[in-house]
Write a protein that binds this ligand. Structure first.
Ligand code: ATP
Length: 230
C-alpha cells in the first residue's frame, strides 16, 4: 500500500527546499466519523501540512479491542477521505500484527524521514492519559504533539502539567525540523463519538449526518455494529 518514504521534500514559495511537514492522527476509527474528519482537514490547514495521515491502529493498547475488524475499519476510512487527498491513510499500524505503540510507529517514520517535521494529533481525552503511553517522553524527542479540543474532554493533572512544562521550555510554535512542542488547538467542536454511533446502530436509530453516507452504507451492507456485543 502507501508508504511515507515517498513523501517528497517541499519547495516553498521562496524557492528554498524545506523538509516535509507531516501530520499523523491516530485512532481506532471504529467507525470513522465527522468528529475525526472535520478536525483533520482543519488541522492540515492550520499546521500547513503537506499531508495529514489518519493512522488506524490494529490492536489499541489503551482500550478494549475494536468492534469492526481491521479490514473493515480501513475500508471505511478509504470511503471517507476526499478525492483531493488532503487527508490520507497510513496503514502501517493496522497491518502490523501486534499491539500498536505510537513510539514504534514514530521511530519507523523518523528513520524514513529524518528531516521531516512530525506533528502527532490526539484528542484531549487521549492526551489526558498520555502518561500511560509506552515511552511517552521518547515520543516527544521525535515529534510535536497537538492536543485537539473535544467537547466534554478535560485535562488530567498530568496532562495540564506536561503542557505547561513543555510550553515553558519550548514555547508553542512548531518550528520546522524540531520536536517536543506541545500545543492545544481549537477545531470546530463536534460532539460525535464512535461509541455513540455504534450504540445508535445497535438500537436501529439513524446515524445520518454523523458520518459520511458512504460509510453508513458500508456499515449496513456489511452488517456491522448490529448488536452491542460481538
Ligand atoms: P470511541 O467512542 O470508540 O472511543 P472515538 O470517537 O473517541 O471512539 P477514536 O478512534 O478513539 O474515536 O479517536 C481517534 C482520535 O480522534 C482520538 O485522539 C480522539 O480523541 C479523537 N477524536 C475522536 N472524536 C473526536 C471529536 N468528536 N472531536 C475531536 N477529537 C476527536
Amino acid at each position: 500500500m502507501w508508504s511515507l518514504a515517498t513523501t517528497p521534500h517541499v519547495v516553498s514559495a521562496a524557492g528554498d527546499v524545506g523538509a516535509a511537514r507531516i501530520g499523523l492522527f491516530g485512532g481506532t476509527f471504529d467507525p470513522v466519523h465527522f468528529g475525526h474528519l472535520r478536525p483533520a482537514v482543519e488541522l492540515r490547514e492550520a499546521y500547513d501540512l503537506n499531508t495529514l495521515y489518519l493512522l488506524p491502529n490494529h490492536r489499541p493498547v489503551h482500550r478494549g479491542p475494536a468492534r469492526a475488524n481491521t479490514a473493515h475499519r480501513i475500508a471505511m476510512l478509504e470511503l471517507s477521505i476526499d478525492r483531493a487527498k488532503s487527508v490520507s491513510i497510513d496503514t502501517r499500524e493496522a497491518l502490523r500484527d501486534k499491539p500498536s505503540y505510537t513510539y514504534d510507529t514514530l521511530s519507523e517514520i523518523r528513520r524514513e524521514q529524518p528531516h521531516a517535521t512530525l506533528v502527532f494529533f490526539m484528542g484531549m481525552d487521549a492526551f489526558a492519559k498520555y502518561d500511560t503511553w509506552h515511552e511517552w517522553e521518547a515520543i516527544l524527542g521525535m515529534a510535536n504533539l497537538v492536543v485537539v479540543k473535544r467537547p466534554q474532554a478535560l485535562h488530567s493533572t498530568f496532562s495540564a502539567k506536561l503542557l505547561a512544562r513543555q510550553q515553558e521550555r519550548l514555547g508553542t510554535t512548531i518550528r520546522n525540523g524540531e520536536s517536543g512542542v506541545i500545543e492545544e488547538c481549537d477545531v470546530t467542536q463536534l460532539s460525535i463519538s464512535a461509541t455513540d454511533i455504534r450504540e445508535r446502530i445497535a438500537k436501529r436509530r439513524t446515524v445520518r449526518f454523523l458520518l459520511p453516507d458512504a460509510v453508513s452504507e458500508y456499515i449496513v451492507s456489511n452488517g456491522l455494529y448490529q448488536s452491542n456485543h460481538d
